[in-house]
Design a protein around this ligand. Structure first.
Ligand code: PEP
Ligand code: MN
Length: 369
């Protein structure tokens, strides 16, 4: 099904983000105490942040974890807004949350990953936001389902939300990976290519799950041409009541933004997203990583087949089988405008490596490859 066009207000007309990139939303995972909210806000304001985030209602995996301070925290946020001239932002997951945000003059809301995955809740939030002008950022759903993500954007847009953007925070995965969430950059790239004018933030804090990865993820997202970052920052991260490992102090955030990452975009004076050579190269890097992953997965299965052949005394090379695999690949490849010559070379190389790997298993000797 073709996606409908979204009616959007450009990010720099929202009245809270200005060039140069990246546009940053920063603040603690959770509002905890009035002192923590104010001290973090002061530190962030001093280093140039304009949009201040804090979670008021926290969707937690396990009950009994800190589930957010609730409405009282909005009063502290409101104070930070007044004293430091910050715009304030929080996560909403229900109509009630939206109503509270309206009451306390929250400037921007975001929808969390667990909520985006639920169309009932997204619809409820969209209905509650009707007739307001509050900008909304929609995090990707926890599962890698681009249509679900787009569906949430459509629901909000239909309800009249035109100051609309997204936050990519990675996807839950069962696999052991170095990050807390799997970036699956190709999904973000696909969304960007479908809606080039949709404001796009990346959340390196939740994606990485540790301060160790915030720099590399932030740089990567800038290289891909995404214009915003949402970063968790806390005045005293080690004492944070949620997500302690992934929060930076305001000073560390300042160092990240001003010294450690670079915007490599010749078109940075244009509010429109354009692909330049660096972004195209960053895209190719993502595709190459996926290719490596696919090749490694193939090799793993190939080794399993080797083991099976060994256990059952079957010969490694069965030429007719390979001929038919190759013929199928060449036929399918034509649909993708990939030439027979190219595919034959690539797949023969893959096959050769696969045979070597199986040889190694059967003979018990390491091969050259
Ligand atoms: C958050 O931003 O604090 C949060 C709960 O993030 P996510 O919805 O990405 O898990
Ligand atoms: Mn968090």
């Amino acid at each position: 099904m073709a996606n409908k066009k979204l009616e959007l207000v450009p990010l720099y007309d929202w009245g809270m983000f200005t060039e140069p990139r990246p546009s940053v939303v920063a603040g603690p995972c959770s509002a905890e105490t009035e002192e923590q909210v104010m001290e973090t806000a002061r530190g962030l304001k001093e280093m140039g942040i304009n949009v201040y985030r804090a979670g008021i209602w926290k969707p937690r995996t396990h009950p009994g974890s800190f589930e957010g301070i609730g409405t009282e925290g909005l009063r502290w946020m409101q104070r930070a807004r007044k004293e430091f001239g910050l715009k304030i932002a929080t996560e909403v997951a229900s109509e009630r949350h939206v109503m509270e945000c309206i009451k306390f003059g929250v400037d921007l809301v975001w929808i969390g990953a667990r909520t985006t995955a639920n169309p009932f809740l997204v619809q409820e939030i969209a209905d509650a936001l009707k007739d307001t002008d509050i900008p909304v950022l929609v995090k990707n759903p926890v599962n890698p389902d681009l249509e679900l993500w787009i569906g949430a954007l459509e629901r909000l847009n239909r309800a009249g939300v035109r100051k609309l953007g997204v936050i990519h925070r990675g996807f839950s995965t069962f696999e052991k990976i170095k990050y807390r969430n799997d970036p699956q950059w190709q999904i973000a790239i696909e969304l960007r290519s479908r809606y080039p004018e949709l404001p796009f933030f990346v959340d390196p804090s939740h994606m990485g799950g540790s301060t160790d990865y915030i720099r590399e993820i932030s740089q990567r997202s800038l290289d891909l041409g995404f214009e915003g970052l949402m970063v968790e920052s806390h005045c005293n991260p080690s004492c944070a009541m949620s997500d302690a490992k992934q929060q930076l102090t305001p000073d560390q955030l300042s160092d990240l933004l001003y010294n450690q990452i670079a915007v490599r975009d010749a078109d940075s004076d244009s509010p429109q997203w354009k692909e330049n050579i660096d972004q195209l190269r960053a895209k190719i890097d993502v595709i190459d990583e996926n290719l490596l992953y696919v090749l490694a997965s193939r090799m793993k299965v190939s080794r399993q087949i080797g083991q099976y052949k060994k256990d059952n005394n079957i010969a490694i090379l069965q030429a007719s089988r390979w001929d038919s695999v190759l013929a199928k690949v060449v036929e399918k490849g034509a649909d993708y405008e990939l030439s027979e010559k190219f595919l034959t070379a690539v797949f023969n190389a893959i096959h050769e490596a696969s045979v070597e790997a199986q040889n190694e298993i059967i003979s018990g000797r390491p091969s050259e490859l």
